[in-house]
Design a protein around this ligand. Sequence first.
Ligand SMILES: Nc1nc2c(c(=O)[nH]1)N[C@H]1C(S)=C(S)[C@@H](COP(=O)(O)O)O[C@H]1N2
Ligand SMILES: [Mo]
Length: 327
Amino acid sequence: MLIRKPDPVSGSNIPSSEITPKEKWLNRRTFIAAAAASGAVALAGNRLSEILAPSRTVHANAKLQTVPSPLTTTGEQLTSLQNITHYNNFYEFGTDKSDPSANAGGLPTRPWNVKISGLVKAPKVIDIDTILKLHPLEDRTYRFRCVEGWSMVVPWVGYSLSELIKTCDPLPSAKYVQFLSYWDRHVEKWAPGGYNWPYSEGLRMDEAMNPLTLLTVGLYGDVLPNQDGAPVRIIVPWKYGFKSAKSIVQIKFTDKQPSTTWNDAAPNEYGFYSNVNPNVDHPRWSQATERRIGLPFYAPRKQTLMFNGYGDQVASLYNGMNLKKYY
Ligand SMILES: Nc1nc2c(c(=O)[nH]1)N[C@H]1C(S)=C(S)[C@@H](COP(=O)(O)O)O[C@H]1N2
Ligand SMILES: [Mo]
């Protein structure tokens, strides 16, 4: 049986003023409509689309059957579906935040196979429909922090990656897991040069096995929109967003730390670990605070939390490690 336990973060670090009860949340739109009518529109400028975006709280049209998860992060206002699907990083489809929603429509998400390779008892190929049925799908709301300094709260759907890894029989020599994203001529026309494609990311085995690491197949109760990494992606909520590879076609078990796209591109700026850490600045900007996408322009930036607020669950993975060196 699933027991819902309080989110350790909302219990301690989030001021109650930032916690939005559901009724207020629904009323927000009425308030916004009134504000718009009274002329606050001009002030809001181009952020207005973020503010006006609908906040969906119920899954009336949900296409995925889900169960609640004790690992869901509660208490913070969800980022709207509109913002989650129109403010994206998915460089294969272009580098502007609006490019993925405009260009990812042609991503062929069926049939879709994920190759399991490297240090496993028997390499295999799993198709997406098998992945969808392997384990009950859970609603998991997580905070999501991009290395660029913005953040969201996203109601993902999926299950712990560990459930899939268990079925792959990795060998004892497997110390890392590499994720490779979809890449072919459909995306070459939008993808910028200067990067090693296909997009590659990786985790240490114990990070990949941590229950928080989510094999993600949906959001807001429905399948993933292409621009968010359909049909299957990884979400690692205590790390910067780029660790969360989209539209994965291969999971490879290795004994050496795999090379990763952003680490290859700028090793002094993007480390292999990339744990959210307000005390280690990016060489070109501070990581101490973040802008929550969708809040009005006058909302103050938020303090960034160590491990994005998931320290209780993951800090022990890094005992004895110098996190300034292993950024
Ligand atoms: N294949 C692939 N995965 C990717 C990226 C990418 O460019 N290509 N961008 C990363 C970055 S920088 C972020 S912040 C998140 C963005 O996920 P979202 O658009 O669903 O919010 O995806 C990550 N995964
Ligand atoms: Mo990012």
